[in-house]
Design a protein around this ligand. Structure first.
Ligand SMILES: [Cu+2]
Length: 175
């Protein structure tokens, strides 16, 4: 993490506070549209938090989300989650997230998501935190995650996610 990246993060945090109400926002990068990035409020010391958004590829070439990074997390990973035999299982997406031409890909609770590992302190509802997305072809874009209330928009319970996650990946102690 460079110093300028850190500084940008601090500015982003302040902007988020002054903006007051968090607005759902969309971002554009070439032919890609990143829709409504969000995450959930955390408590201090929480080992991991999921982050979600949609990616629409309006172009005629496929692309791929290959890496994610956030100054508020020790590390960020792309994960998939599936229920197998009634047990929630997580795995890192080693090849990233494919975004076929013309397709919309959803990162959402219960499915693919960004995992923020070791979020610093507590993320508070209404706050905005930066997330940098790097695509194979389109390059890099920085978006702001809106921090929603605990359990907000949860298509699947947040607790299930975190519990399954801790068991499968041991994010609390691992790197
Ligand atoms: Cu995960």
């Amino acid at each position: 993490m460079t110093k300028s990246w850190m500084r940008a993060a601090l500015c982003g945090g302040l902007l988020g506070i002054f903006a007051g109400t968090a607005l759902a926002s969309d971002y554009r990068l070439g032919d890609l549209e990143i829709g409504q990035p969000w995450t959930r409020a955390t408590v201090a010391g929480q080992p991991a938090a999921g982050a979600y958004f949609s990616i629409h590829n309006a172009g005629s070439d496929p692309d791929r989300l290959v890496s994610v990074e956030s100054p508020v997390a020790r590390a960020a990973e792309l994960h998939d989650m599936k229920v197998e035999n009634g047990v929630m299982k997580m795995r890192p997406l080693a090849d990233g997230v494919a975004v076929p031409a013309g397709a919309t890909v959803e990162l959402a609770p219960g499915g693919m998501h960004v995992m923020l590992l070791g979020p610093e302190g507590a993320l508070k509802p209404g706050q905005q935190v930066p997330l940098r997305l790097t695509f194979e072809k389109a390059g890099t874009v920085e978006v702001e995650l809106t921090v929603e209330k605990p359990g907000a928009k949860a298509a699947s319970p947040a607790q299930g996610h975190d519990a399954g996650h801790g068991k499968a990946m041991n994010h609390g102690t691992g790197g």
